[in-house]
Structure formats: C-alpha cells, structure tokens
Design a protein around this ligand. Structure first.
Ligand code: DC
Length: 222
C-alpha cells in the first residue's frame, strides 16, 4: 500500500475519460487534483477575447506573461480565475478548447504554463492530468498513466454530453484535435515510456477509477 503522498501523472487524448477519472481518483486518495488543460484553456479564452492567434508567437507569449491565472479547488470543484474574473464555465466552450490546442503548439506558451504546473506539484500528494505530464512536466512522477479510448467511443461520449452537436462532426473534430496534439513539435501527446496504458473503451467511469486506484495502491515491485 502506498503511504507516501506521491505524484500521479495522467495523460491522454480529449474525451478518453481521463478528467473525470483523475478527479475521482484524487478524491479517493485525498490528493489534490490539477487539470493542466484548464490553464491552456484560460490562455485560449484570453486569446479569443483579445483577438490574439497562433500566427504571432511573440504576441501570444506577451499575452500569456500578462495573465493572472488562479486555480483553486472548492467544494463544488475546480474554480478558475482570469485576472480576478471567474472563467470556470467560459473556458469549457469548444471555441476556447480549439484556441487552447492552437496556442499549445507555441514553445513560449508551454514554458510559461509548465513552470506553474511544477509549482503546483512541488509538495506531492497530487494527481495532475493533461497531455505531457508524464513526459515533460513531471518526468519523475511515481505513477504515470496514459488513459485512452477508441475515436468512436470518445465521439459517442461527447455526443451524449452535447446531443445538439452532430456525431460525425464531433468525430471529425476529435480526429483533427488528436492530429494536432500528437503532431506538434514541442511536447506532443504520447505515452511516456514508463507509463501504463489504460484503454477505457467499454469501461464505466467507476471501473476506470478502480483500475487506476488498484495500480496506485499495489505494493512496489521488488
Ligand atoms: O484537456 P483539454 O481538452 O481541456 O485541453 C485543451 C487543449 O490544451 C488541448 O487540446 C491541448 C492543450 N493541452 C496541452 O497541450 N497540454 C496539456 N498538458 C493540457 C492541455
């Protein structure tokens, strides 16, 4: 049984169920939960509001440096503030996610956000979730998981949450987002060599959390 408050890195593509699983795993272990995608989404929202896009890396870097981002864990979940304004819901729009993915290809944007993520993790007892946590942000994490699911399953799950969007359009957007997240030169989405790959296709959320918790709690190999 793991008693030390360790660091757990969970990566994977959009819609694989990693966010909900990571949050529940953190609650079960009484660990802190950090959703690194929220930081990228804040940057995406700010870019949307300020008319900044990925074509001007210097403008994007200057914008990121000027942002005051505050992420805190409250009774009703994670709360995200941008320059003192509550943007918890505003960052969840597909538009903010798209912008986030586009700006996430810029090294200056990533460097600024990685420093923040490492500061969160410094005390241990944390579950951090994203695309490059096990590979780049926290390469020394005690536990690394790469949570994934088939494209069709991810499209179905998203469609169940957003029935107003056409299933095929969702599927196309997922394939496109995967391509960009996996294909970027800096910190592409991929499993760390020492990560355990967990395929959630056909698994319920409770089953995914059970699989992760079991692996975290099992005794270390001699
Ligand atoms: O996990 P999410 O959908 O909230 O993330 C939005 C985008 O942010 C995602 O398409 C890519 C980027 N991102 C990243 O590049 N690195 C991370 N650690 C987390 C998110």
């Amino acid at each position: 049984m793991t008693t030390r408050r360790s660091t757990i890195a969970i990566d994977g593509p959009a819609g694989a169920g990693k966010s909900t699983a990571a949050r529940k795993l953190a609650a079960e272990l009484a660990y802190e939960y950090v959703d690194s995608g929220a930081l990228y989404r804040v940057v995406g929202l700010a870019a949307q509001e300020r008319g900044v896009d990925g074509t001007d890396p210097e403008a994007a870097a200057a914008m990121v440096a000027s942002l005051e981002i505050d992420v805190s864990e409250g009774a009703s979940g994670q709360r995200v503030l941008l320059d003192g304004r509550d943007v918890t819901r505003a960052i969840r729009t597909p538009e903010a996610g798209e912008r986030a993915s586009r700006l996430a290809v810029l090294p200056a944007v990533r460097t600024a956000l990685i420093a923040r993520q490492r500061a969160y993790a410094a005390r241990g007892g944390i579950v951090m979730e994203g695309r490059d946590i096990g590979t780049v942000v926290l390469p020394d994490a005690e536990h690394k998981f790469f949570v994934t699911a088939s494209v069709d399953e991810r499209a179905r799950r998203r469609h169940a949450e957003h029935p107003e969007e056409a299933l095929e359009a969702i599927r196309v957007a997922i394939v496109e987002r995967d391509r960009r997240d996996e294909g970027r030169a800096v910190a592409p989405l991929r499993a760390a060599p020492d990560a355990e790959v967990v395929d959630t296709t056909g698994l319920s959320l409770a089953e995914v959390v059970d699989v992760l918790a079991l692996k975290v709690r099992r005794p270390p190999r001699p």
